[in-house]
Unconditional design. Structure first.
Length: 188
């Protein structure tokens, strides 16, 4: 089985996605404001689109610098957006509802190897304030299949993001002002 390495910009936090073959993940590009504000909240430029490798949390193995992993939410019920405090690198997002929702998105700019071509595009600007999506049904089927397999096998317990049913690190919930500032950094 293969591996995909990942690391923060300064290299203090690193790890691998394993075992992982192309069938074990979906390569997504998202243009939504929430994904992009993961970057702007951390003081980075708006990436205009965010590359994401979607897989299951049991495949994420942090091998170095786990003490630098922190998390925030854009709102009290929003997704968990994980980053490295050593250099403010966006790394992952996970659903917040339950550790059994084993879905994880790994930012492709943190992945150290080449990944397969983009399969899904979300929130692509289409003009007149409208957006389009490509491949979303395929993404949903793959995500549900991975979650079902992880739940049936018990692998859902093997997550670096959750302990005893709660996030491994208490999430910071952005204030209204912090969220507005992060969204202001996202170009329309």
């Amino acid at each position: 089985m293969g591996t995909l390495g990942f690391k923060c910009r300064c290299g203090e936090l690193a790890g691998e996605l394993r075992p992982v073959e192309p069938r074990d993940y979906t390569h997504v590009v998202c243009h939504c404001a929430d994904c992009r504000s993961h970057y702007t909240h951390l003081g980075l430029a708006d990436p205009e689109k965010v590359g994401i490798v979607q897989t299951s949390q049991d495949r994420v193995h942090i091998t170095k610098g786990g003490e630098n992993l922190r998390v925030f939410r854009l709102s009290p019920k929003g997704a968990l957006r994980w980053y490295a405090t050593c250099c403010d690198t966006p790394l992952f997002y996970t659903p917040a509802a339950s550790p059994r929702m084993t879905h994880v998105g790994v930012m492709t700019d943190a992945v150290t190897e080449s990944v397969k071509p983009v399969e899904v595009r979300g929130y692509v600007p289409a003009g007149d304030g409208k957006v389009t999506h490509e491949g979303v049904a395929r993404m949903g089927r793959a995500m549900l299949g991975r979650m079902a397999a992880a739940n049936l096998s018990g692998r859902w317990r093997d997550s670096p993001f959750f302990e005893d049913g709660a996030p491994a690190v208490p999430p910071q919930v952005l204030t209204r002002e912090e969220r507005a500032a992060a969204l202001m950094g996202v170009r329309a």
